[in-house]
Design a protein around this ligand. Structure first.
Ligand SMILES: C[S@@+](CC[C@H](N)C(=O)[O-])C[C@H]1O[C@@H](n2cnc3c(N)ncnc32)[C@H](O)[C@@H]1O
Length: 308
């Protein structure tokens, strides 16, 4: 099964490669799609992502972080087509974990739902380290030609602390879709070895696995309940230039929670610098990674080659 792609990082477009993967052959799909990059969803180009001309007024925002309704609709349509193929390749009872963003979660989850997955739950991945993106409007006031200096200062004083409506983002939602089981859970598990969660895998101090996860120490009480293994400093690789590398411990946690068999296959159609594949390999599972960008394929392969 899937021999051609098994334990490989495949250079190519997921929309094409996925069609070539055998149906009902994958245990879980764990992926972090390019969910907010306007116009770049189908053609992620590192230079374009970071180019000045693609940036907006707020320099730290990636290209495409625009608040346009059409962007959400495009994301839904694009992810609907991807999710259809993911549904086909997953075994009955197989899980589809997809990272998303608080702002566009609904589009991602609806696409997953509408192709036939059952939305089982969602994880909240909690963190504290993130730059607030809210912007003061002082510079807009200063540019107003119809106001004199005194009026401008009065408005700026009036709006002290009031900024554009962007909260500091401290969580990332992860959609949990499940391909419906065939027969009941028991028959499905005996046949496919996927559809249940491993409650021996705990969070915090041996807590029943929760739908809130933190990979960094936040606060004793939160850590006690929701902390999973912390990422190591070296895990990305010094040479890793990818901008959105996910924590290895988070990927490992989701795999350990749901993949029973050592023959189990973990697929990531947007594998980037390979974190999902590295996690699967470290846990003795099979993986298939797909990535459009040559540079990231090389990084993923290098990371994989460094695992004993
Ligand atoms: C958010 S990143 C994934 C990062 C990854 N989780 C990691 O830890 O390195 C999404 C990746 O999807 C890739 N990509 C975008 N469109 C693609 C497509 N149509 N097919 C395959 N890969 C694609 C991008 O090049 C990018 O590396």
């Amino acid at each position: 099964m899937n021999e051609k792609y098994l334990n490989k990082i495949v250079l190519g477009d997921s929309r094409i490669i996925l069609k070539d993967i055998e149906e009902n052959s994958v245990d879980i799909v764990l992926t972090d799609p390019p969910y907010f990059l306007d116009k770049l969803d189908n053609n992620w180009d590192t230079n374009e992502v970071h180019s000045k001309k693609n940036q907006q007024a707020v320099k730290s925002l990636p290209a495409g972080m625009k608040f346009s309704r059409q962007q959400g609709i495009d994301l839904y349509n694009w992810y609907y087509e991807i999710s259809k193929e993911i549904f086909r390749v997953l075994k009955p009872g197989g899980f589809f974990f997809t990272f998303s963003s608080p702002r566009l979660y609904h589009r991602v989850a609806s696409a997953v739902d509408d192709v036939g997955f059952e939305i089982r739950d969602s994880f909240i991945w909690l963190y504290t380290q993130n730059q607030p993106k809210a912007m003061s409007l002082n510079h807009v006031v200063r540019r107003r030609k119809n106001l004199n200096e005194e009026e401008k200062e009065k408005i700026i004083k009036k709006m002290d602390g009031w900024k554009t409506p962007q909260l500091k983002s401290c969580y990332e939602p992860i959609v949990i879709g499940q391909k419906p089981v065939k027969g009941g859970n028991l028959d499905n598990f005996l046949e496919n070895e996927v559809c249940l969660v491993n409650t021996n895998v705990t969070t915090g101090e041996n807590m029943f696995p929760a739908n809130v996860i933190s990979v960094d120490n936040i606060l004793d009480e939160i850590d006690r309940i929701f902390l999973v293994d912390k990422p190591t400093k070296k895990e990305k690789g010094e040479y890793n230039t990818h901008k959105t590398v996910k924590p290895l411990s988070l990927c490992k946690h989701l795999i350990r929670l749901t993949v029973y068999s050592d023959k189990g296959v973990v697929l990531d159609p947007f594998v980037g610098s390979g974190t999902t594949a590295v996690a699967a390999k470290m846990l003795g599972k099979n993986y298939i990674g797909i990535e459009l960008n040559n540079e990231y394929v090389d990084i993923a392969n290098r990371r994989l080659s460094e695992i004993d």
